[in-house]
Ligand binder design. Sequence first.
Ligand code: NAG
Ligand code: NAG
Ligand code: NAG
Ligand code: NAG
Ligand code: NAG
Ligand code: NAG
Ligand code: NAG
Ligand code: NAG
Ligand code: NAG
Ligand code: NAG
Ligand code: ZN
Length: 448
Amino acid sequence: MSSLVNVLLILLHLSTSVRGHHGCGGGEIMRRNLGGKLIERTSPTDEASAAAIQDITQECTPYSYAPLLQLAPLYPTTWETASILPNDTDALALFQQISQTISSNPSFNLAPKGTPEGDFSAVQYNGTDVDCWWPWQGCTQPAPQTGLPDDITSVPEGETWGLGFDDGPNCSHNALYDFLLEQNQKATVFYIGSNVYDWPLQSMRAIKDGHHVCVHTWSHQYMTAFTNDVAFAELYYARQIIKDILGVTPLCWRPPYGNVDNRIRAIAEGLNLTTIIWSDDTNDWKVGDPTVNVTEADVNAAYQIVVKGATNGTYKSTGPVVLNHELNNFTMSEFIKEYPSMKSAFTHIVPMAAAMNWTHPYVEQNIVYPDFAAYIGGQTNVTIGPSITSSASASKTSTPGIQSGSASVSGGSNSTAGEKNKEGQGSGAIRFTINWNLLYLLLFAFVL
Ligand SMILES: *[C@@H]1O[C@H](CO)[C@@H](O)[C@H](O)[C@H]1NC(C)=O
Ligand SMILES: *[C@@H]1O[C@H](CO)[C@@H](O)[C@H](O)[C@H]1NC(C)=O
Ligand SMILES: *[C@@H]1O[C@H](CO)[C@@H](O)[C@H](O)[C@H]1NC(C)=O
Ligand SMILES: *[C@@H]1O[C@H](CO)[C@@H](O)[C@H](O)[C@H]1NC(C)=O
Ligand SMILES: *[C@@H]1O[C@H](CO)[C@@H](O)[C@H](O)[C@H]1NC(C)=O
Ligand SMILES: *[C@@H]1O[C@H](CO)[C@@H](O)[C@H](O)[C@H]1NC(C)=O
Ligand SMILES: *[C@@H]1O[C@H](CO)[C@@H](O)[C@H](O)[C@H]1NC(C)=O
Ligand SMILES: *[C@@H]1O[C@H](CO)[C@@H](O)[C@H](O)[C@H]1NC(C)=O
Ligand SMILES: *[C@@H]1O[C@H](CO)[C@@H](O)[C@H](O)[C@H]1NC(C)=O
Ligand SMILES: *[C@@H]1O[C@H](CO)[C@@H](O)[C@H](O)[C@H]1NC(C)=O
Ligand SMILES: [Zn+2]
């Protein structure tokens, strides 16, 4: 029976093809949408066994993870535009609140812009940029009367590189995460909800290794295209799957492609998600996209421009937030290659939580991250104290991720003021040429 399943699986894999939209790695982000329904050969069973796999093919072999079977009905379909599930009363109640804030404030009550795939040709917009629409002219400072905080685009410390990886978890990220561990280097990871759902054990490694997790939407599309409820659902379900699988509720996000305006910022704000953009783009995500001609040499050069800035005074008082990706073998290898020169040019390389002194970067107050001073002093590990009452955003399920968390146990929460965070950026929409759900139905019908 199981070899029959395997043969069918191989056929399924061969018969799929994925097409990407051009833009932030669109061609590379693969959809699985397996719904956790698969029984696989030598499956990893927990975070540690998944983290120990060295072979890329094996890392990227689908596996079944029991908690996801229960969670599946609570989530939208992966890699499809999210919407609020009709019986999700928590989500509906929160959205209703946010929706009132949006509709009662003319600064927020804006029409959607463009398509989810990033076609803005029909958008009527003028140079006044009252919506502070980032793709227009790079606006990251909403007008004061909106009450919205500025997006984060730099590190408030001199000669300090703000390190982040977008678009994970990539199934094959062990080599990168092993490297970061060897270097005692933490990063901020901007996780796509659908990738967390597809690769739960890989995603748990981020917490185990002490990285800082932010939201990068459910299906990684252009957020300004969506109506309020859909934009909310894209953020809500990505945040929720991170909570359900990793055990932490992020307080930061990065908009895919930087596509954000005041309406989307206000929706994120309603979820206590701080917006993080970037100051410099390595363009690593563009390599392999046939519609642009970005080469490895271009990416090397982009890294080196930032590195050069550390030696000529550009980052004397504030550091860059640099866009690079956990998207594929190339983007991860490129980072590993460039790291030594980054390291020698910059005084510090830190995750955004340390850069901003976000010692409590999640809703869960028992999880404590080092502030900047502690981090550069060598205390880079996360501390997970005994769980305290989960007031905001209680999880409906257990939190498998956090049990395997590393680190010593601290005395409990130490809530300091202003613990909210922000982040963002993205990749592409993708189209399947076959209907996975139908195939799995057929598969099950056949096997049963
Ligand atoms: C993850 O990286 C591998 C290369 O190691 C690539 O083949 C795959 O498409 C990536 N997966 C996703 C979901 O982007
Ligand atoms: C919503 O309905 C689906 C089936 O229609 C069910 O499986 C799921 O548990 C329900 N979700 C909630 C939050 O009640
Ligand atoms: C530009 O657009 C804003 C918002 O839609 C509008 O208030 C303003 O009048 C427009 N300005 C011009 C010059 O068209
Ligand atoms: C956002 O933070 C505020 C203040 O801590 C809290 O009252 C509120 O419930 C939070 N909202 C969400 C959606 O978690
Ligand atoms: C990429 O390079 C090829 C070959 O030099 C050229 O034909 C093509 O027009 C270029 N595409 C873009 C988008 O620049
Ligand atoms: C420093 O180097 C960068 C990258 O080459 C360059 O863009 C920038 O103008 C230089 N700044 C100064 C102050 O020389
Ligand atoms: C890239 O792929 C090669 C060959 O599969 C593998 O040995 C290497 O570890 C990968 N590098 C990264 C950073 O994933
Ligand atoms: C972080 O804390 C240090 C003191 O340790 C302080 O100098 C710095 O300004 C703080 N940064 C932020 C963004 O609050
Ligand atoms: C941080 O955690 C790593 C891995 O969990 C461990 O090897 C290391 O000793 C810890 N460092 C400190 C300073 O606690
Ligand atoms: C809580 O934080 C304050 C200010 O950083 C510090 O003085 C105090 O020692 C901390 N308390 C605990 C229990 O960590
Ligand atoms: Zn992205």
